[in-house]
Each structure stands twice: as structure tokens, then as C-alpha cells.
Design a protein. Structure first.
Length: 419
């Protein structure tokens, strides 16, 4: 009987600690190289405790530091894309700075308590230099997404955990500013965990660029967009070219989304029907338009209602990604869908259906296993039988994801009785 992969890794780890170079086929090169750096750095693989905060910051110092870190502004986006999906699992989601310091650790209490037992807590430093081989630390060291399972960790007390992480970059300079990580039990060791993390990182980097977050003195004060931009996939907002963003109520975001998607304009009754199934009268629509003009300025003309300025939106940008075949980025940008997916306004529901079908059609026609993996790991494609079947068809024999995707396709076929 063939030896299980993690058993081979465990034997390789034991050989490495005994001073014997493990066989190349027993452990991945990225892991073996990290073990060597960890050992050369003098880390104790059997240490009962990990010195995770060599700087010994005070609580006040840490609170001030993370409040000003650019990834803190992205926390709501990460929560909307990931947190709901991990509730009830044995996984936490962490945001780190560029040094591996954990800015935020999110998850239910039992998962956070388990992580705390290995000192995986907010404020601690999980760099490779400090803790040895681990996903967030290694991702920052090699500047790429990595997944570390059980005995691939350098410190033995972490061997019961799995983790997957990817670095986040300053979208204007390319500099690494931190990482996003999932850490925990079996769920963090699944093949789709790293794909999910990479998708969220892509969404965060795009949001950083769109919001013109001040990441560098060289770009401070310079607008990213030359026209106003509507955001509905994340927190609803209206960003002006000078970098200011005004939060929007769901209703106002719906109105602006419909007007940006219908540049020819909409009559009062037509806009009312697109906003509600007969429950919204013309008087209410006019009142909402009046409030929008008060909040954002005179940017909506009447008869028909239409924008008086050229504007863009994150939904339009998503459509461009789909049209150009940037499917993995499109899936990350869509995320959970924000207001686009949550709205009950008939016109917005139609827009969401169109966007989702455009993206799904491109995916099913392509042979992009990474994009299909990201789609089936997303809330929109998790139960998509055809996507799981397509993923099975495009993955090469021997790829562990192929067995999983084939099994998921069979499960969905039985569950929904499609055949």
C-alpha cells in the first residue's frame, strides 16, 4: 500500500531534524527550503512555546498601529467574502501586516480558542523568522500563495493545524503590505482553501486601488478614477474624483446602479417598477431623488431621470473583466455580491442574474481550472453541477482536485436529481 502524503512528510520532517536530508519527492521544495531557513535561524522545532511577539508591544501601541494599517480598511470586505462561510467550521481568517503580525483573527469562539492554544492571536507575529514554516510567514517570505499542512510546519506544536495564505500588494507600487490567511483543521487543508484565499486577495487589491487608499507618499492625494465611481459589491458608496467617498443607503445605491446601467435614462414609473414590485409610488421615487441630490449634489436630471455626469461602477468593471476573459479576477471581484446579490429590487435582481450568467457562461466554455476552482469555491458556484463537471473534465489525471470535483458533481447530481 502506498504511503500517505502526510505520512511521507512526517517521516521527512523527522529525518530533517535528525540531520538527514529528506528525499526530494518526500516534501515540497518550498517547504524544505523553509525548514532549512528556520533551522539556520536557530528556531527550536520542539519548543513548548513560541515567542510570537519579540517586540513586546503594548496593547495601546498595537491598537494604534493596526488602526492605521491599510488592510484594516479592507476588513469589512474580507468579512463579507469569507467570514459567513467559515462559521461553524474549525477555521479562522487572519489579516497580517507585511511582517507577519496578526492584525485581525476572525472566526467563531471555538475556532479562535483552538488557534489561541498555539498563540495564533491578534498582535502576535507569525513570520517565518519568528515561528518557522507556516503559511502566512512563508507567503510573505516567498511573495506567493502557499498552503502548509500538518507536519509541513517547522514547529511541532503546530502540526495539528493546516493553513493557506497569500500576500496582499500595494496596487500602485507592487510592494507587499500584508497577507490573508486561513488557519485551522481539515477545512484549511482542502485544495480549495488556497484558491479561496487568492480570490479574496485579488478582491482586496482591486478595492484598494479603486478606493485610492493612501499607501504611499508618492500617490497621496492623487485620484485613481477620473470620474465618479459607484460601489455596490462592497460597502455601498459614491467616490468622487478627488478621492472622497460618501456612504450610500441601499435604496440610493440601487437608484444610482440602475441609472449607471441605463444611461439613456428612466421615467418615474419605470424607475419605480425597477425598484419595487408595485409597492413604490412616483411620489416616493421623487422624494428619494431629492434626497440623493441633497446628499451628492445636482447630478441627476429629470424627464427622464439620468445622470448628468459620466460615472462608472464596480459592476461595470466586473463586466469588463468577464468580457476580457479575466475570470479568476472577476470571481474575486464579485465576492459574495454585496448589494447586487442582496437587493430585492427587480431591476437589480435582473442585473445580478445577467452578470452571474455572463460569468458562468464564460467559465463553462473555458478550460481554466484555476477559475473553475475559484467559482466552485464561491457562494455563487458552490452548487453548480455543470461547473463541477467541467472542472473535473479540465483537471489532469492525478490532480487531487479532480477526485474531489468528481465526487462533488456526483453528490449534487444525487441531491438535486438532475439525472
Amino acid at each position: 500500500m502506498a504511503e500517505a502524503p502526510l505520512t511521507r512528510v512526517r517521516r521527512a520532517y523527522e529525518r530533517f531534524l535528525a540531520g538527514v536530508e529528506p528525499p526530494a519527492e518526500a516534501v515540497r521544495k518550498v517547504v524544505r527550503d523553509s525548514w532549512q531557513r528556520s533551522a539556520q535561524g536557530g528556531l527550536d522545532p520542539a519548543g513548548a512555546h513560541v515567542d510570537v511577539d519579540p517586540a513586546q508591544w503594548s496593547a495601546a501601541d498595537f491598537e494604534e498601529y493596526r488602526a492605521g494599517h491599510p488592510l484594516t480598511a479592507m476588513r469589512p470586505l474580507v468579512q463579507s467574502l469569507m467570514i459567513d462561510d467559515i462559521v461553524g467550521t474549525d477555521v479562522v481568517v487572519a489579516l497580517t501586516d507585511q511582517h507577519g503580525r496578526l492584525l485581525w483573527v476572525e472566526g467563531d469562539r471555538s475556532a479562535r480558542d483552538a488557534a489561541a492554544r498555539i498563540d495564533f492571536v491578534e498582535g502576535s507575529v507569525w513570520s517565518e523568522h519568528t515561528v518557522g514554516t507556516n503559511a502566512p510567514g512563508l507567503a510573505l517570505t516567498v511573495d506567493q500563495g502557499v498552503q502548509i499542512r500538518g507536519p509541513e510546519h517547522f514547529v511541532s506544536r503546530v502540526h495539528e493545524f493546516n493553513c493557506a495564505a497569500a500576500p496582499v500588494h500595494n496596487p500602485t507600487t507592487g510592494e507587499v503590505i500584508g497577507a490573508i490567511d486561513v488557519t485551522g483543521g481539515d477545512a484549511a487543508g482542502q485544495p480549495f482553501a488556497l484558491a479561496a484565499v487568492r480570490s479574496v486577495v485579488a478582491a482586496v487589491e482591486r478595492e484598494l486601488l479603486a478606493k485610492a487608499v493612501d499607501l504611499s507618499p508618492a500617490v497621496r492625494g492623487l485620484p485613481i478614477h477620473s470620474v465618479p465611481r459607484l460601489t455596490v459589491l462592497g460597502t455601498p458608496g459614491w467616490a468622487t474624483p478627488d478621492g472622497r467617498t460618501r456612504p450610500l443607503s441601499p435604496r440610493h445605491a440601487e437608484i444610482l446602479l440602475l441609472l449607471t446601467s441605463r444611461p439613456e435614462g428612466l421615467g418615474t414609473d419605470e424607475l419605480a417598477m425597477l425598484l419595487s414590485d408595485g409597492e413604490l409610488g412616483a411620489v416616493t421615487v421623487r422624494a428619494e431623488i431629492s434626497r440623493l441630490r441633497r446628499d451628492l449634489g445636482d447630478l441627476i436630471a429629470a424627464r427622464p431621470y439620468r445622470l448628468t455626469v459620466e460615472a462608472t461602477s464596480d459592476v461595470a468593471e466586473l463586466g469588463e473583466l468577464i468580457a476580457t476573459g479575466s475570470l479568476t479576477e472577476a470571481i474575486a471581484r464579485l465576492g459574495r455580491g454585496g448589494l447586487l446579490a442582496e437587493s430585492a429590487a427587480p431591476g437589480v435582481v435582473e442585473l445580478f442574474e445577467e452578470v452571474r450568467e455572463d460569468l458562468r457562461s464564460r467559465l463553462l466554455a473555458a478550460s481554466d481550472s484555476d477559475a473553475l476552482t475559484a467559482w466552485t469555491a464561491s457562494p455563487h458556484g458552490r452548487d453548480d453541477l455543470l461547473a463541477w463537471q467541467r472542472l473535473t473534465a479540465v483537471l489532469p489525471a492525478g490532480d487531487p482536485r479532480r477526485t474531489i470535483s468528481a465526487g462533488r458533481a456526483r453528490l449534487l447530481d444525487r441531491r438535486f436529481g438532475l439525472n
